[in-house]
Design a binder for this molecule. Sequence first.
Ligand code: ZN
Length: 49
Amino acid sequence: MIPPACPFCAVITGQDRTVREIYRDADTVAFFPLNPATHGRIIAQFRCC
Ligand SMILES: [Zn+2]
């Protein structure tokens, strides 16, 4: 498998299983980062690469 170009796409493509996913569809994943800058912070990320 080709490595993703960035950590966000690693999450989106399912190669990074260390984050806690909250929501997923074909192009978007929302997740808690491993080391959140702010407690309760959520990242919602579109496929970008
Ligand atoms: Zn990307």
